[in-house]
Design a protein around this ligand. Structure first.
Ligand code: CP3
Length: 357
């Protein structure tokens, strides 16, 4: 007799330390992974990427699967993060964007007017089918290790769309936000739709947790964040609540925005290295004294991976201890692994975090 019951796409990983911590439970050890752990610092990554463009590698399932697996094999981290980029759904939807070496994403026709926004396409699931294929390969290859899917949040995507590329001051973005709020909200609404669809495809393919990167949100005041950004990030998180998997929200320099970013609907709040984790927990708890205790992720300064080991060890121990203030702590960096990082140091930090728990 053949079994006709549908095979569930999501693995049962209820004991995985990352997922236990994300829900505020007591994991068997402190989970650790590193933002930008795939690619960058790994020689095995540079080898497989040779001669293949960044966006092409994100949309080649075998290759993207291999790159995602590399840091899991090498470091023994508690999660894989899908090898992709925040501009992948824009590119897949047909928006003219490329990743230029040494620069980052470059947008051919920056968005400045309502007509520019109206001309932007939506994203369909078929356009990111290779990403779903990559996720299916990964859930088969990863064993008990959870897979984190991700997308860029509407504000951070908007900054690239408006500026035309990476920006230090986000001046055109802020000018548009304040001078033409109708155009702004139309653009963020569009991007929220693309982000939601991209994450939904990942959920349906089997990711175990998701991270929404609002990397550049820290450039905003809390007032502007709440007025111009929060409604759109909230829409993304709300649309994905029914997935039932942890939703992580991260930005750089967001000490003043942590409460607002949690209000967007995050289960786990990412913290960069600028404020101690126990202070982040204090701020989050004060904002919702009767709510569930906060879960945080972070927050080793990525530059400290270049320091002498005794210094680094002390920092890892401090952060591990400060993380105890939270209902759950996922050890991570405060931002991505820097390209010149010695991968052996990353392995050593992983081992230390595991030994401390
Ligand atoms: O770092 C962050 O703030 C995370 C969010 C983010 C990603 N891409 C996720 C990502 C952001 C802001 C980007 C934009 C982007 N894309 C940049 C930054 C430019 C700027 O404004 O400063 C760059 C250089 C790219 C292009 C890119 N993305 C390359 C060349 C690579 C592969 C190698 C590398 O440098 O990591 C990526 C991969 C990428 N982008 C990943 C993620 C989560 C996957 C790698 C991983 O997480 O391990």
């Amino acid at each position: 007799m053949t079994n006709t019951a549908p095979v569930p796409v999501r693995r049962d990983l209820s004991d995985a330390p990352l997922l236990v911590a994300a829900r505020g439970g007591v994991p068997s050890r402190t989970p650790v992974w590193f933002m930008r752990q795939a690619g960058r610092s790994l020689p095995e990554y540079r080898k497989v990427r040779e001669g293949i463009a960044m966006l092409e590698s994100c949309l080649t399932p075998d290759l993207a699967c291999e790159i995602t697996m590399q840091p899991v094999r090498r470091h023994g981290v508690d999660a894989a993060i899908l090898f992709s980029d925040i501009v992948v759904p824009l590119y897949a939807a047909g928006i003219g964007v490329e990743i230029v070496g040494g620069v980052g994403p470059v947008v051919a026709n920056p968005v400045r007017t309502k007509a520019d926004v109206d001309a932007l396409p939506d994203l369909t699931a078929e356009q990111v089918a290779p990403v779903a294929d990559t996720i299916r390969l990964l859930t088969a290859a990863l064993g008990d290790t959870p897979l984190i899917g991700f997308a860029g949040a509407p504000f951070t995507l908007a900054s690239y769309m408006i500026e035309g590329g990476p920006s230090k001051n986000h001046e055109r973005t802020k000018a548009l936000m304040h001078s033409a709020p109708d155009v702004w909200h139309a653009l963020l609404g569009k991007l929220a739709g693309i982000t939601t669809e991209f994450l939904r495809v990942q959920v349906e393919a089997g990711i175990d947790a998701m991270q929404l990167f609002d990397s550049w949100a820290g450039a905003l005041s809390e007032r502007d964040y709440r007025e111009y950004v929060l409604p759109h990030s909230t829409r993304v998180f709300d649309s994905l609540r029914d997935a039932g998997i942890p939703r992580i929200h991260f930005g750089v320099g967001t000490g003043e925005l942590l409460v607002a970013m949690r209000d967007a609907g995050a289960d786990v709040v990412g913290v960069d290295w600028r404020i101690p984790l126990d202070e982040a927990v204090r701020r989050l708890t004060a904002a919702r004294p009767d709510g569930p205790a906060p879960v945080v992720q972070g927050n080793l300064d990525p530059a400290l991976l270049f320091a002498d080991w005794p210094v680094l060890e002390k920092e890892v121990r401090r952060i591990h201890a400060e993380g105890k203030a939270a209902a759950g702590h996922i050890f991570n960096l405060g931002h991505g692994v820097l390209p010149d990082t010695d991968p052996e140091v990353v392995t050593r930090v992983t081992e230390l975090v595991h030994a401390l728990s």
